[in-house]
Design a protein around this ligand. Structure first.
Ligand code: 5GP
Ligand code: ZN
Length: 113
C-alpha cells in the first residue's frame, strides 16, 4: 500500500471529482485547472513515473491513452485536446504517481505546463 496522494484518491481517502473509472484507471478533475477541461488520468495501481514503469505496466499505460479521447469529449473538449505526462524533476512532475493531463476545452489551447 502506497501513501502517495493519488493512491489515497484511488482508495477514497481524499475526495476527487471523478469523471471516469474502470478496473485499471481512474480519471478526475485537476484541482487547479489550467483550461476549461483539465483532467488527470492515473493507473489505479501505483507507478511512480514513466521512469519507473516496468514491462508489466505496458497494458495500463496503453489504457490511459485509449480512454483519453472519450474523457475529453465527455468533458466538452470536442475539437481536440492535449495529453501530457510529466516525468521526474526536469519534466516538472510534482505528484510521484504516473498521471496524464488531458487539457482542452472550447477555447483555443495555447502553450502550458
Ligand atoms: P504534475 O506537475 O505532477 O504533472 O501535475 C500534478 C497535478 O496534480 C497538478 O496539475 C495539480 O494541480 C494536481 N493536483 C495536486 N494535488 C491534487 C489533489 O489533491 N487533487 C487533484 N484533483 N489534483 C491535484
Ligand atoms: Zn500512488
Amino acid at each position: 500500500m502506497h501513501d502517495c496522494l493519488f493512491c489515497r484518491i484511488v482508495r477514497g481517502e481524499i475526495p476527487a471529482a471523478k469523471v471516469y473509472e474502470d478496473d485499471e484507471v481512474l480519471a478526475f478533475r485537476d484541482i487547479q485547472p489550467q483550461r476549461p477541461v483539465h483532467v488527470l488520468v492515473i493507473p489505479k495501481r501505483h507507478i511512480t513515473s514513466l521512469a519507473h514503469a516496468a514491462p508489466e505496466d505496458t497494458p495500463v499505460l496503453g489504457r490511459m491513452l485509449a480512454v483519453a479521447n472519450g474523457i475529453a469529449v465527455d468533458q466538452g473538449s470536442t475539437d481536440g485536446f492535449r495529453s501530457i505526462i510529466n516525468t521526474g524533476r526536469v519534466g516538472g512532475q510534482e505528484v510521484m504517481h504516473v498521471h496524464m493531463h488531458i487539457v482542452g476545452g472550447p477555447d483555443p489551447v495555447g502553450p502550458m505546463l
